[in-house]
Design a protein. Sequence first.
Lengths: 219, 255
Amino acid sequence: MDFSLFLNEAWIARGAIWDGFQMTVAISALAIILGTVLGVVVGLALVYGWAPVRLFVRIYVDFVRGTPVFVLVLASFYILSIIGIQLSAFQAGVLAITVFCSTHVGEMIRGALAAIHRGQIEAAKAIGLTFRQTFQSVLMPQALRQILPTWVNAATEMVKASTLLSVIGVAELLLSTQQIISRNFLSLEFYFMAGFIYFVIDFSIERFGRYVERKVAYS
Amino acid sequence: MADPLLVIENLHKRFDDLEVLKGVDLTVDAGDVVSIIGSSGSGKTTMLRCVNLLEEFHEGRIVIDGEEIGYTQKGGKRHMLPNSVIARHRALTGMAFQTFNLFPHLTALKNVTLGLIKVRKMKKDEAAEIAQRWLDRVGLLDRQDHHPGQLSGGQQQRVAIARAIAMNPKLMLFDEVTSALDPELVNEVLSVIKDLANDGMTMLIVTHEMQFAFDVSSEVIFMNQGKIGEQGPPSELFNNPKTTRLTEFIQNSSF
């Protein structure tokens, strides 16, 4: 392996790498944020929803979780356009990963709320808190702390899932890397570099998660 | 004479087919300290939980300070009141639980201020001042910034009592507050309750601590199979039980 050749090619391709990196971060961040917000709604619906709503959301969660993300990405790009919803590849991809993320977060929230001891709700009732106040001040803060480690794990999975958008032509890090390799044929070096960048992104998320965990720990 | 603070009339409660309360009548005057004793399953905790509306009940009425709580009669039918009214009714009483039920994500101080800020709509400073006064009263002012996980069981229960009483309830309910504690931690909690009783706080105490019930109560109630079996001042009830059930119960209890 000629290291100086690689460095030279990497320098030439720096713009494409940087663009791909930014695209990967943008897709992941959007999908994680939107997916988490939607996931909280999904989780609440699963726990407190009116029975028909609960059934509908349960079907949504099971269906999405039983489908490969790759299929979700292709479906939101190709199938939605057939029924008249025209999304760009970027929008379709973010939608697919958001939906995927929401089902995972939804299940985490459901589990966390179910794990909170009944006495917590009773104590809140006993001091006269309404359900909304109980939810805001007692249940949600505990549930969010509870899901944090699993949520961090899910977030790193979303970054990895973002590579699937390369198939529908979103120039994220993997597709950019493939394009660079098609010009200079340094596949080993550039795939290694891409892998390393993904590692750095996920490692940063994980460290950040640990930091927040420590910050909000209560004993 | 003033109206009684708490009136329970013909209270019935079922869990499916099991009738746990079979018509309880009880009157508590302001300043009374009433202990409720009896074997497991006799309905004492359930009765207490009905007074705090943590349990629904199927018949009868509970009146606190002249206001009927939880239900209303409309056209001969009994309706549950809306949740906002129920929440207000719950705040008339304070409850301390067997398992403390402190909020683990909040410090001792914030456990106490939460209700003051959200329910009593106090400003933060004002709430903190009241909370600190009560934490001081239960001997835990120096632990105000600790989380429940950093406190012993006895300390947690004292914070829980401070949390309930800071809300300035008309009536305090204690549900077997020492049952989950190590023996050496029981007394610190009981002495806090005694201290509050001496202050004139009206209390309903479900307990298995017979000596404590004897010492602190103005009246003791013996619950038996969902009804009040016997009732009277502690000296009378403990020294001259009239029913064989109570005689047996006292003999089998450790003093």
